[in-house]
Design a protein around this ligand. Structure first.
Ligand code: PSV
Ligand code: MN
Ligand code: MN
Length: 428
């Protein structure tokens, strides 16, 4: 299933009148504030969010899984699905692979397919949180932290393999997320677990190609429920600092304890030059991996506000200097529709945060004018930027309304016809 340029043009014809009106109103508002609309649109249009290969099918929970039809049955089909999302929104131009779920057997052919869809390969992800059928030693009691050196060696070798797969595809980062930890008090010697993990990470770090980054992802809980060996940003930052310049912390929005101030965390990590990657999702309770922005859109805006402030202060490029990725799971929605909604929510929050009057905010902060600080932030947050985002997408050749076009074209039905109604994508 491919989205044709004429489908996009046809939708544009139908919707352009309404869009033009909304955009003209938006432009007027921005002009009044002396904001350069074209520069803004350029920034929004340049922003790309990677799609993880494991989010293209239904995930399920430990209680059950209700697979939908037409899910991708191979790595090639996963890439095609991301290509389709990208054709619709022109903002999903990268895919992040999980090894061994997505082993690229013929890297050349896989790369060519991605190129033809204008996609690049984002960070590659290792997996030492499950035992694979052909695996010699078990990760039941951890991988890089394991008390048995031979288990650690097996996990290190896997991570080095993942780097090699990534290299062949033109990826330039590895994300290490560990489920290592303990579920009961006394089960682990914390210092030994940390030290073993650090030494294992050092070996993996030593195998990084020169331009590569290593992202150390933290998570406060699950699958271990008493301690996680990379449990919070402090632990991740410790590893990243000890490892060296190529190691960074990765923030996944769902991996914090309830009510954590994630915007403050990203501000400080950026200040230290140690924020490397970002996983978007939303949650009400913890790691629920729901559609981005569906529960706490204001928090997402506040995070973007800090990201922009911190990146600009360091002269960082918004599009290329951090790894942006969606990390969600899909239980009741069509995964592709959910991903379209997620990318849209990210672009909206990004656009709103770009609107913050930073000079005025700084002045209000310096004069302890708390009321104005809030007014300035909420003025930006309460701006309806949907026409701006749609205009950016249109200028890039995408659809004015990607989700509507996905439905109007009955994409899911075509995929079911192509792939069958009983498909189970590999992954979570
Ligand atoms: C773990 O909850 C996580 O968010 C990590 O990012 C993994 O890479 C991803 O899920 C899929 O395994
Ligand atoms: Mn994640
Ligand atoms: Mn997660």
């Amino acid at each position: 299933m491919k989205i044709q340029q004429q489908d996009i043009a046809k939708q544009h014809e139908q919707l352009q009148q309404e869009h033009r009106e909304a955009f003209a109103f938006q432009q007027l508002q921005l002009d009044k504030k002396d904001i350069d609309t074209d520069a803004l649109i350029q920034k929004i249009g340049a922003f790309q969010v990677a799609i993880p290969s494991w989010a293209l099918g239904t995930g399920g929970t430990r209680f059950g899984r209700f697979p939908g039809g037409g899910e991708p049955r191979s790595l090639e089909e996963k890439i095609e699905d991301v290509g389709m999302l990208h054709a619709l929104n022109r903002a999903s131009g990268a895919i992040s692979l999980h090894i061994p779920w997505d082993i690229p057997k013929d890297a050349q052919a896989i790369k060519q397919l991605a190129d033809s869809l204008d996609l690049r390969f984002d960070a590659v992800n290792s997996n030492t949180f499950q035992d694979q059928a052909d695996q010699k030693l078990s990760y039941k009691f951890g991988s890089l932290q394991h008390v048995d050196k031979s288990v650690r060696e097996q996990a290190i070798a896997h991570n080095i393999d993942v780097i090699k797969y990534g290299e062949a595809l033109g990826s330039d980062a590895i994300t290490v997320w560990l489920s290592d930890g303990s579920s009961f008090p006394g089960q682990l010697n914390f210092r030994r677990a940390f030290q073993n993990t650090y030494e294992s990470l050092q070996e993996i770090y030593g195998a990084l190609p020169e331009q590569w980054k290593m992202f150390v992802e933290y998570k406060a809980f699950e699958p271990n429920f008493y301690s996680m060996t990379v449990g919070d940003w402090g632990q991740s930052l410790l590893y990243a600092n000890k490892l060296g310049d190529q190691a960074y912390t990765l923030v996944d929005l769902g991996h914090h304890l309830p009510n954590a101030n994630i915007e403050q965390i990203v501000a400080l990590l950026l200040m230290e030059g140690k924020l490397g990657g970002f996983h978007f999702n939303d949650s009400k309770y913890g790691d629920d991996d729901l559609t981005v922005g569906c529960i706490k859109p204001y928090q997402l805006f506040l995070i973007f506000n800090e990201l922009i402030e911190g990146m600009d202060a360091r002269g960082m490029d918004h599009t290329t200097d951090l790894g942006w990725m969606i990390d969600a799971s899909h239980n009741v929605k069509d995964p592709l529709e959910d991903l379209l909604q997620s990318v849209e929510a990210i672009l909206i929050a990004y656009a709103q945060a770009l609107l913050v009057d930073r000079k005025a905010l700084n002045e209000a902060q310096l004069s302890n004018d708390t009321v104005s600080c809030q007014e300035i932030l909420q003025d930006a947050y309460r701006t309806d930027v949907r026409a701006l985002v749609a205009e950016a997408r249109h200028r890039n050749g995408g659809a004015l309304q990607p989700l509507k076009l996905f439905r109007d074209l009955e994409v899911r039905n075509s995929l079911i016809r192509e792939r069958g109604s009983k498909t189970v994508a590999t992954g979570l």
